[in-house]
Design a protein around this ligand. Sequence first.
Ligand code: FES
Length: 61
Amino acid sequence: MEMDDDFEICHCYEVTRGELIKAIRDKELKTLEEVMDETEVGTMCGGCIPDVEDILAEIWG
Ligand code: FES
């Protein structure tokens, strides 16, 4: 499914897809653990983790 940049990936921390992609690129976050440490995304309910992993795979291949 295609998601646009305004799609809210993490509801707990109100982080959009666009914001997350920017953080991942700017800080060169390669793993889920790094994303969680740097952005807190995924650290509350964990419901967004599959989407975070998809985005990591999209960016870094
Ligand atoms: S939706 Fe991201 S931690 Fe809950």
